[in-house]
Structures are given as C-alpha cells and as structure tokens.
Design a protein around this ligand. Structure first.
Ligand code: HEM
Length: 196
C-alpha cells in the first residue's frame, strides 16, 4: 500500500514537474527577462559602501571563473566531438554536468554586478547588459537543441545530424561565445577606464 501510494505520489510530482511542457520555455524566458529587469532596477538605485563594492568585485571575479570555466569545458568537449574523439553521449553528459555551474556563475555575476555601481547611462554598460540577457536567453533555449541529440546513436558525428540541428548547434555556440566574451571585454574595459 505504502509503496503504491509513494509511486503514485512520485508520478504526480513528475507530472507536475514536466507540466505543462509547452509552457516550460515561455515560463523560463519570462523568468529570465523579469529577473534581468529587476537586476537593472536594483542597479539603478543601489549605492553600496566602498567595502561592499570591493567584496562584490572579488565575488564578480569568482563567479566569472566558475561560469567561464564551465563554458570552456563544454565547448572543448564539443570541439573534441567534432574531431571524432568524443561520443554524443560524452558531450551530453558533460553539458548536463556543467550546465548548473554556468547558471550559478551567471547568477553570481548578476548578484554582484549591481553592487559595482554600473553606469547604466553609458553605452558600454548598456551593451554589456544586453549581452548578459543574450547569454541567459541562449542558455534557456539550449535544451531545445540538445533534445535532438538524445535519440541519435552514440557514435553519430556532426555531419550525420539533420542540417537544421547542425545549424542550431553552431548558432547556439557562436551566440554563447559572443555574449560571454563580449561581456568579459566590456567588463575589463570598464575596470581599466575607471581605475587606471
Ligand atoms: C555575463 C555576465 C558578466 C560578465 C562575463 C562580466 C565580466 C566582467 C569582468 C571581466 C569585469 C572586470 C573585473 C576586474 O577586472 O576586476 C567586470 C567588471 C564589472 N562588471 Fe561585470 N560581468 C558580467 C555581468 C555584470 C552585470 C550583470 C553587471 C551589472 C548589473 C556588471 C557590472 C560590472 C561593473 C560595474 C564592472 C566594473 C567594476 C569596477 O572595476 O569598478 N557585470 N565584469
């Protein structure tokens, strides 16, 4: 009885978790845009003491290391797959393992960024905020692409994938690299122009 009850409960939780599938993506995207707008609103009003700003800069760099480190690992595995030295399963496993680190790193950057008193009236800061949004939206769309890889045979090479899937994978990788390295470049430029 107990096990039937717990199985039913588990099934109900699973249904709730996956329900409604069609709404998962719009919900995720609305959440990302909502959090992004909230972060900008907080950044506009915050005036933290100097000590908090210094700590936040350290946190910003740590979060950056976590996120970029994870992104480099997953992209490196993607390259090894292209070279025929990793299977599709390896790539999926690595991307599933590193995905949370990328989101944790991005959350850390967005939590510490407003404490660094960004000048949101300046073009570089505005560009950077759009790049941050681009990186988050691209990450949220990624499961749509990787879902196509789950059913292909382990030894599949990229040339054997449907053209649309290949195009989406390349697009996702290029957008991710542009957004992340663009945000890093603007961040470094801002620091250099403020302090040196
Ligand atoms: C993809 C996300 C982000 C990346 C990759 C990124 C990257 C960077 C980097 C590399 C620096 C230079 C750090 C240093 O040299 O000490 C920096 C500084 C900075 N970041 Fe970010 N950042 C991100 C998100 C944000 C967000 C969301 C905000 C604000 C809401 C923000 C605000 C700032 C500010 C104001 C500085 C300059 C701090 C200073 O030197 O006074 N960043 N960022």
């Amino acid at each position: 009885m107990g096990s039937v009850g717990s199985r039913l409960r588990q099934r109900r939780i699973a249904r709730l978790w996956g329900w409604p599938r069609w709404a998962a993506l719009p919900l995720r995207l609305s959440l990302i845009v909502g959090l992004w707008v909230a972060m900008l609103a907080v950044a506009l009003v915050l005036e933290p003491p100097r000590a908090v700003e210094v700590l936040a800069r350290a946190g910003h760099v740590v979060a950056l290391a976590v996120a970029l480190g994870a992104i480099l690992v997953v992209d490196w595995h993607g390259l090894l797959w292209l070279a025929g030295r990793r299977s599709v399963t390896d790539v999926l496993r690595v991307s599933a393992a590193t995905g949370p680190l990328v989101w944790i790193g991005l959350a850390g950057l967005c939590a510490t960024g407003p404490l660094l008193v960004p000048d949101l009236g300046a073009t570089p800061a505005r560009v950077k905020m759009l790049l941050v949004l681009g990186a988050a939206v691209n990450g949220a769309l990624l499961p749509l692409t990787t879902a196509h890889l789950r059913d292909v045979p382990v030894e599949t090479v990229i040339r054997q994938l449907p053209r649309a899937v290949r195009r989406r994978m390349v697009q996702a990788t290029v957008v991710s690299q542009l957004c992340w390295w663009g945000a890093v470049a603007v961040g470094l430029w801002t620091t250099a122009s403020r302090h040196y």
